[in-house]
Design a protein around this ligand. Structure first.
Ligand code: 5AD
Ligand code: SF4
Length: 477
């Protein structure tokens, strides 16, 4: 299949004509001169790292037309909701917060409210928004971020509500400006969309088919990040393991890792998410051989029973999964394995659930995200009979955590007394004398240290652990 690439070299290259963009930028400069401050924006981001990264692109687009970021929505001139549809909870949170913002807009009618992201890819939800949340000024989709300046122009200059969703999700937009949240660690898209159609999941419907970025585009982006002082990259894709499947010139995910491992200045390479059905021996070899690739694999198991895995359309068995885990542990000593687990998938029996528990015990996960199955309209699982009653879902969820957490704690305990390189991320939220960072295994570490270490990789000796973090002592170099 031919790769369709659309270059967005700058914000002029959108549907909006250059003149209008210049007008918008000039208006914003005028505003700055008159008010002594720039128009401000605040983005509320829901959901996964893919959305986090899209928000960095939205920030980049807005900065390029003269906006500046502000810490909360209360005083913002432009509030953007970047929404998630993966579970009902995420959806409800967005509607709740929209209600709050409606109140703000009543007092400040000039405030512009925009909603984008996965929820907006669904026609029914867009209709609901247009009907019941009519104060929303702009609606755009996951593939129309580059059109945002034009949409703002329509609201601000033409005083009209604007909606722009492109159903065609085949284009890849390169070189979008980005306001990155951190200087020393960065998210980098490698694929967009998903081809897997797990029966519970809405992603393939809203984000379209899988498309890989060209390796050279990714390598160039990573080189540029390294030049700007970035030390850690996280490669993003719904299934990074199938990277390259639509490229004309063959390049697998492991090929890409070997290339990125050569980039000077980058010290850590992470990636997520790995689908177990596509995790190859080549990838295990790449993790082992590439010194910068972290010894951590996020490998969502979802369920432990073959019956459930089949109905989930996951295309692997528990035996296959355990076989990969065994290989990973053998080839990459000390590898951390983390996972996603869904409890209460339609038709899950008590025996099926016990197989999930058994899986957790057998793999000894370093950490796991656990979810109650959430019915997503339009997916196959939503139509399945034998939906598990909420009460049983919650009971099983609790039982799962009672098994999982002691295992995670035990895995953390095995770190006590060892010294690990930690990339310092920020001052700790709980104490200003403490810093927070992560080991290559993605374990969160708190330790005493001064702010100037943020962005450095330092050695920390682990002194005590909890389930969700560890504490340690900074070691001299
Ligand atoms: N219900 C519960 N969890 C879900 N996930 C995806 N769809 C659903 C759903 N309908 C979980 C999966 C996936 C993670 C990102 O979200 O575990 O790996
Ligand atoms: Fe959803 Fe499955 Fe694709 Fe992951 S691999 S995004 S769970 S359909």
């Amino acid at each position: 299949m031919n790769q369709k690439i659309k270059e967005v070299v700058n914000t002029e290259d959108t549907k909006l004509s250059g003149n209008k963009i210049i007008e918008l930028r000039n208006n914003n400069e005028q505003y700055f001169i008159m008010n002594g401050k720039r128009k401000s924006y605040h983005i509320l981001t829901y959901g996964c790292q893919m959305n986090e990264h899209d928000s960095e692109k939205i920030g980049g687009m807005l900065t390029s037309i003269g906006y500046e970021e502000t810490d909360d929505e209360k005083n913002a001139d432009l509030v953007i909701f970047n929404t998630c549809l993966i579970r009902e909870n995420a959806e409800l949170r967005v509607f709740g917060k929209l209600g709050e913002v409606k109140g703000l807009k009543r007092n400040r009618p000039d405030m512009v409210v925009a909603v984008c992201g996965c929820m907006m890819q669904k026609e029914e939800i867009r209709q609901k928004l247009l009907k019941s949340f009519s104060f929303v000024d702009i609606i755009f989709g996951t593939n129309t971020i580059q059109e945002l300046p034009g949409l703002i122009y329509d609201v601000e200059v033409n005083s009209k509500k604007s909606v722009d969703i492109i159903d065609n999700t085949e284009l890849i937009y390169e070189n979008m400006p980005k306001i990155r949240k951190f200087k020393y660690k960065a998210l980098v898209n490698i694929t967009y969309g998903c081809n897997n159609f797990c029966t519970y999941c809405v992603v393939p419907y809203v984000r379209g088919r899988e498309k890989s970025r060209l390796p050279q585009e990714i390598i160039n982006e990573v080189k540029k990040l390294a030049e700007d002082g970035c030390k850690e990259i996280t490669l993003l894709g719904q299934n990074v393991n199938s990277y390259g499947s639509n490229l004309d010139d063959k390049c697998t995910f492991s090929d890409l890792l070997y290339e990125l491992n050569k980039v000077d200045g980058i010290e850590r390479i992470r990636f997520m998410t790995s689908h177990p059905k596509d995790l190859t021996d080549d990838l295990i070899k790449a993790i082992k051989e590439c010194d910068k690739v972290c010894n951590h694999v996020h490998l969502p198991v979802q369920a432990g029973s073959n019956e459930v895995l089949k109905r989930m359309n996951r295309h692997y068995t528990r035996e296959h999964y355990l076989n990969i885990v065994e290989k990973l542990k053998k080839e990459v000593p000390n590898i951390a394995i983390t996972t996603d687990i869904i409890v209460g998938f339609p038709g899950e029996t008590e025996e099926d659930f016990l197989e999930t528990i058994d899986m957790v015990k057998e793999v000894q996960y370093d950490s796991a995200f656990t979810f109650l199955y959430s019915v997503r309209e339009g997916t196959k699982a939503a139509e399945m009979e034998d939906q598990v009653p909420d009460e049983i879902k919650h009971e099983r969820f609790e039982k799962l955590l009672n098994v999982l957490y002691p295992i995670v704690l035990e895995r953390n305990r095995s770190c006590i007394g060892n010294t690990y390189p930690v990339l310092v991320e920020s001052v700790s939220k709980t104490s200003e004398n403490y810093l927070t960072g992560r080991t290559e295994h993605f374990r969160l570490v708190h330790f005493k240290g001064s702010e100037d270490l943020i962005g450095e990789i330092v050695n920390v000796k682990i002194t005590s652990v909890k389930t969700f973090h560890m504490e340690g002592k900074l070691q001299q170099k």
